[in-house]
Design a protein around this ligand. Sequence first.
Ligand code: FES
Ligand code: FES
Length: 154
Amino acid sequence: MAAFALKINGQTHQVDVDPNTPLLWAIRDGAGLTGTKYGCGVAQCGACTVYVDDQTVRSCSMPVSAIGTSEITTIEGLDTKEAKAVQTAWVALDVPQCGYCQSGQVMSATALLSINPTPTDRDIDLAMNGNICRCATYVRIRAAIHGAAKSLEG
Ligand code: FES
Ligand code: FES
């Protein structure tokens, strides 16, 4: 076991875990932030997506010891204008079905709009490729990203 001071959503959380513990479990069990989900555990589904600094990361596959002083953002701390536009569009289009994958979807969609405010269908498909939805909400996800982009125009 070792102590880590993780900066998550602007607050420091002390977690005492094995250094090889995936960041996901430090976030969920150590910091008590359960919006980030466990899906596959092998960086394939995107359910565990968080930002480390400004990069999307599969937290199931990154050891907590690799974080250092980086800033982590989870779904609970997402409050940029792009994030608000995405969340509004998600509600307007009733995107989630079971909802399990959706915090990861919202993290990836927000990251996309932060770097590309007018994504094409292909841009969206490429950016969202690593986020799997077992309920197959892909059509509504794509429409909601376009809707969020439109709401951010001007
Ligand atoms: S749980 Fe991390 S990518 Fe699936
Ligand atoms: S909404 Fe059910 S897995 Fe995506």
